[in-house]
Design a protein around this ligand. Structure first.
Ligand SMILES: [Zn+2]
Length: 334
C-alpha cells in the first residue's frame, strides 16, 4: 500500500503524520467523508503507520516487525472492528471485546490501535459503550473512527475526537487519478462521472467497473416513465427488484440530483436521454427535494441495521417518487 493510499489524501496525511511526530495526536480520531473518498484505506494505512517501529517521516518502513505483522493481518496490538457477516452495524459485543482488547498491555510496548468502521451506524448501546472507552482512554490507545457522516455520531462521541475531514481535497487530483484508472472506452469521462456520482473518486470508479452505469441509466429511465405517468410506482418497484435497495436509493438520488442541475441550467452532466420528466416539462423542484430527503431517510433506516424489509423500502421510495414527480410546478401545493 502506498502512503497515503490515494493522491488526493497527501496533504491531510502529511498534516496527520506531523501531528503524531509532535506528540499531539489524540486518543480518538474521527475520519469522515462521503462514500468513495477512501476513508477505509486511509484509516488502515494510518494504523499501519502508527504500528511501525521505525517509521520515516511520511510512511512506515515496511520491513520492521510491526510492519510485517500488520501486513500479514495479525498484529496483536491492532484491532479492526467492522460489522459481522450480514449485519449492517457494529454490535455491542464487539465494543465489549474492543474494551477488553484495550485492557491488555501492548505486546511490543508501542501504541494499541483500533479502526472502527462504520462508526456512524451504531445503535445506542454500542455507541454508549464506545463513549465510555473514549471518556477514559487507556494510555497508548489510538481509536480511528471511520464515518461517512460525522454529524450522525452522538455529539458526545464526536466532541471527544480529533476531526479528520477527508472530503476536502483539490478536485484536480481526484479527476487526474480517476482518468488514469478508467477503462479505455471511458477516457475523458472522469469529470462527468465525479459530478454525477455525488461521491468520491472510488465511488465513481465503482460505478463504471461494476456496470453501475447501466443500472443508473435503467433507474433513471424508469423514473422518467413513472414521472410521465407511463408506469406505476409499484410496477417500477417490481422492475427494479434485482437492484439492492441501498443501490437503488443511491441511483435514484443521483438521477434526482441530475434533474435538479438540469433545471437550474448548470448541467455538468447533461445527458438528454436521461431527462426524467420525458415530456420536457420541468418538475416541481421543491417536491424533488422532498423526495431526496425521504430517500436519505430510507438510506439511514437501511444503514441503521433496523429490521426493515428491502421490498418495503423499494415500494415506498417509488411511491414517494411518483408523488413528487407527478406534481407539476404550477399545481404544486405541497
Ligand atoms: Zn516499520
Amino acid at each position: 500500500m502506498s502512503h497515503p493510499p490515494y493522491p488526493w489524501q497527501r496533504e491531510i496525511w502529511a498534516r496527520l503524520c506531523g501531528t503524531h511526530r509532535e506528540g499531539r495526536l489524540g486518543h480518538a480520531l474521527l475520519m469522515s467523508g462521503r462514500p468513495g473518498v477512501g476513508k477505509s484505506a486511509f484509516a488502515r494505512a494510518f494504523a499501519g503507520f502508527l504500528l511501525c517501529e521505525s517509521p520515516q517521516a511520511l510512511a512506515p518502513c515496511g520491513s520492521c516487525r510491526g510492519c510485517l505483522l500488520q501486513t500479514a493481518g495479525n498484529h496483536p496490538d491492532y484491532a479492526l472492528v467492522v460489522p459481522e457477516e450480514d449485519a449492517k452495524a457494529i454490535a455491542i459485543d464487539q465494543i465489549r471485546e474492543l474494551i477488553e482488547f484495550f485492557t491488555l498491555k501492548s505486546h511490543y510496548g508501542g501504541p494499541k490501535v483500533a479502526v472502527i468502521e462504520p462508526a456512524d451506524g451504531m445503535a445506542r448501546a454500542p455507541a454508549n459503550a464506545l463513549l465510555k472507552l473514549l471518556e477514559e482512554p487507556p494510555s497508548g490507545a489510538v481509536l480511528c473512527l471511520v464515518a461517512a457522516r460525522a454529524d450522525a455520531l452522538l455529539p458526545t462521541l464526536r466532541s471527544r475526537c480529533q476531526r479528520i475531514a477527508l472530503d476536502k481535497y483539490p478536485a484536480t487530483l481526484a479527476t487526474a487519478w480517476l482518468e488514469g484508472a478508467l477503462p479505455a472506452n471511458q477516457q475523458g469521462e472522469a469529470g462527468r462521472l465525479l459530478a454525477q456520482c455525488g461521491g468520491g473518486p472510488l465511488a465513481a470508479l465503482a460505478l463504471v467497473t461494476r456496470g453501475g452505469q447501466g443500472e443508473q441509466d435503467e433507474v433513471a429511465t424508469l423514473m422518467a416513465k413513472v414521472a410521465a405517468g407511463e408506469r406505476h410506482a409499484l410496477h417500477a418497484a417490481g422492475d427494479s427488484a434485482h437492484i439492492a435497495a441501498g443501490e437503488l436509493l443511491d441511483a435514484m438520488l443521483r438521477a434526482a440530483q441530475d434533474q435538479v442541475w438540469r433545471q437550474y441550467d448548470c448541467t455538468p452532466v447533461a445527458a438528454p436521454d436521461r431527462v426524467l420528466n420525458g415530456s420536457g416539462n420541468a418538475l416541481n423542484l421543491r417536491r424533488v427535494f422532498e423526495f431526496m430527503d425521504t430517500a436519505f431517510e430510507f438510506k439511514g433506516l437501511l444503514a441503521g441495521g433496523t429490521n426493515v424489509r428491502e421490498a418495503d423500502v423499494r415500494a415506498s421510495v417509488w411511491l414517494s417518487w411518483m408523488q413528487a414527480a407527478r406534481t407539476r410546478p404550477q399545481s404544486g401545493r405541497g
